[in-house]
Design a protein around this ligand. Sequence first.
Ligand SMILES: Nc1ncnc2c1ncn2[C@@H]1O[C@H](COP(=O)(O)OP(=O)(O)OP(=O)(O)O)[C@@H](O)[C@H]1O
Ligand code: NI
Length: 422
Amino acid sequence: MNPNTNANANANTSVTANARTDRPLLSVEGLRTTFDTDAGLLTAVDGVDFDVRRGETVCIVGESGSGKTVASESVTRLIPSPPGTVEGSVRFGEVETVREFAERFPKRVVDAAGATGRGGAGRTDDPDDDNDDRFVVVEERTNGEITRGYVDLARAPESALRRVRGANISHVFQNPQDALNHCYTVGWQIVEAIQVHEDVGKTAARERAVDLLERVGIANAAARFDDYPHEFSGGQKQRVMIAMALATNPDLLVADEPTTALDVTVQSQILDLVADLQREYGMGILFITHDLGVVAEIADRVVVMYAGKVMERGDVYEIFETPSHPYTRALIDCLPGGDRAAGGIEGTLPNPVDPPDGCRFAPRCPHAVEECTVGEQPPEHVLSESHRVSCVYYGEGFDESVIVGSADDESAAGEAGGTADD
Ligand SMILES: Nc1ncnc2c1ncn2[C@@H]1O[C@H](COP(=O)(O)OP(=O)(O)OP(=O)(O)O)[C@@H](O)[C@H]1O
Ligand code: NI
């Protein structure tokens, strides 16, 4: 395969085309996922926004129980319902995806001028068509030109979701043991993944499966094709899972702690592999981890989640160079060599059935003041075009140097430029 697939290779395409690829492949807004439990309504994800573009890796990071897995599985509604309920807007796809989907599902055309129209193969003369919920495919136009198309996954019927999961969004789960079927050979399972979504013959599918196994670094792939999962090591199984996820050439790969169960050397091999595959295939990646070390290795952008809320978001260098939420700073201190390297963050996550008022992190925050403990989670303050933080210290009348270190503090002298605003 042609390795020369970096962004510069597209430098001579038209401005319009570039502008389009800049649009997110996935944009999630106001995501809220709850579970009906015996103890009451458990809110696992509470109004979370994020997006992923083609070719980039977005990491969601946070401690165990923060809602990372639930957030990532809510995207394609893998959440069991009942007890789960997913609300919010989950827009996925590009103009091309929409063309394909409009052949099967009802389409709504939204004009920049505000006029709407209808189309798509799924349209019927049913009077219920007036119900907007039926229009899972949306095409936005400005002056007649299609500027954006997406499938609204939050409203899509199970049939559309199944199609998206198979053909467009692939998941790699934390534990390959649970995801691989121990009764079938590894090769057969990859062939199955290919054939469910594509009309290819047995021989061609087998060739592709062997190719994929080779590509993910399984030595002697043709011979291993007929082996059963138990004949592979943990690291190899995770490679097989990645091969399976790539079998349909997805637009978006959702990887949930894919390396947590592996030793450090294998972990870093898998991360390198994922980065290589991304360069080669150009897919977007949503990567879930509790490990900031992993984030540093692979993320372009980072979403820091705590107890169902976003604490901070930014480009990876912003998160590591100017971490701005006390929670992010505490996570960084937990890295090897940091102040908390041995102990972790004091205290535990709040009860998701009865979360505290104000900032979710306030009960554990060394800087918390009364304002942190009332009302809603603080709004996200804009630090740069890409960098936002949900902390009262960045609001009017507060001094954020309390969090990031005072500008006249000797140790902070090197990074004092432009932080104080009056
Ligand atoms: N099916 C379910 N029913 C009830 N509660 C659930 C269910 N799935 C998840 N939860 C709850 O949702 C919250 C978020 O869980 P989630 O698995 O998303 O956390 P996480 O950030 O992925 O943690 P980890 O790093 O341990 O994987 C937890 O309180 C969890 O107990
Ligand atoms: Ni998880």
